[in-house]
Design a protein around this ligand. Structure first.
Ligand SMILES: [Zn+2]
Length: 157
């Protein structure tokens, strides 16, 4: 059985700006409304539920708040130089200089929906406690309604 959390109707959303280097259109600085979705797979426990998913929703809202109204900076891009108070982002002859407080510095190579989904999944796996009957979690990050990237992992017990 599975539990589904829809980010749009659960208000697990954020607005942010990013760049997809080398893309003919998305290589320019632009923004999206994002939503974080989750699916939790497991067996139904003695209380008739897989788990109380309020804690998962609260955690996902916290992650969304960290990214909200920020410039999403992929720290693994070699064109990124974190200067402390500011972030210098140089790609294919273009240079950007952002105040650090306006940026979300992410341990990803590209600030794409795919890599954002991996980033959120990593945070969930590290910081959310799941009961033993939960076997798998999946995270989806939508870039606008109806289009997004999903990733998942088995929970080893
Ligand atoms: Zn985009």
């Amino acid at each position: 059985m599975r539990l589904e959390i829809d980010g749009w109707s659960s208000k697990i959303t954020f607005s942010a700006t990013h760049i997809i280097p080398g893309h003919y259109k998305c290589g320019r600085l632009h923004g999206h409304d994002y939503a974080i979705n989750a699916t939790i797979f497991g067996s139904v426990g003695g209380e008739g539920v897989i788990m109380d998913f309020i804690s998962v929703k609260e955690f996902l809202r916290k992650v969304a708040a960290e990214l909200d109204h920020k410039v999403l900076i992929p720290l693994r891009d070699e064109g990124v130089n974190d200067k402390g108070d500011s972030v210098h982002y140089c790609l294919k002859g273009k240079e950007y200089l952002f105040p650090a407080e306006d940026c979300a510095l992410l341990d990803v190579g590209v600030a794409s929906a795919e890599e954002l989904a991996n980033f959120v999944l990593g945070r969930v796996a590290e910081e959310v406690h799941f009961p033993d009957n939960v076997t798998r979690i999946e995270i989806g990050v939508d870039e606008g309604e109806g289009q997004g990237a999903w990733t998942g992992m088995e929970l080893g017990k």
